[in-house]
Design a protein. Structure first.
Length: 138
C-alpha cells in the first residue's frame, strides 16, 4: 500500500507517517522500483497503535518503549500498567496546576474589574510587579 492510502486508513497525514519513520517508531518502508514507499498491514496496525497511545498523552520516547514491549513475545501487561499509572499521575498533577492557575487568573480578573470601576483606572497587572499578591489582598 502506498503512503497516501495508509494515511487515509489510519487518519494521519503523510508527513506524520514520514516523521514516525524518521524517528524509528515505524520501520523504514520497502520501496518500489520507482522509489515509492510500500506499507504492509502490520505497518497500519503499528501506526494505529502509535496514534492511540499518543492520544493517551504518551510522548514519542515513551511510545518507543511501548512499541518495544508490544513487539516482545510475552507482551507483559505489568510494565504497561506501570506506565499508565505514571501517565495518570502526571495528568492529575497537571490538572492541579491548571486549577491553581485558574484561581490566580480569576483573582487577577477580579482585581481588574475592581480597578475598572474607578474613574482613574490603572491596570494592576501592568503597573505592579507582584499583582497576584495585590489581587489576593483585595
Amino acid at each position: 500500500m502506498q503512503i497516501g492510502i495508509v494515511a487515509q486508513k489510519v487518519g494521519l497525514s503523510v508527513d506524520a507517517i514520514r516523521f514516525y519513520e524518521r524517528n524509528a517508531l515505524l520501520p523504514r518502508a520497502a520501496r518500489t522500483q520507482g522509489g515509492f514507499r510500500r506499507y504492509a498491514e502490520r505497518d497500519i496496525e503499528t501506526l494505529a497503535f502509535i496514534r492511540r497511545v499518543q492520544g493517551l498523552g504518551f510522548k514519542l520516547s515513551e511510545i518507543r518503549g511501548l512499541l518495544s514491549l508490544r513487539e516482545s513475545r510475552m507482551q507483559p501487561c505489568a510494565p504497561v500498567r506501570l506506565r499508565l499509572q505514571t501517565k495518570l499521575a502526571d495528568v492529575r498533577q497537571k490538572l492541579k496546576n491548571l486549577q491553581k492557575l485558574e484561581r490566580e487568573l480569576r483573582l487577577a480578573l477580579r482585581s481588574c474589574d475592581k480597578e475598572l470601576r474607578k474613574q482613574n483606572a490603572h491596570c494592576p497587572i501592568l503597573s505592579d510587579g507582584d499583582a497576584r499578591k495585590k489581587a489576593g489582598r483585595r
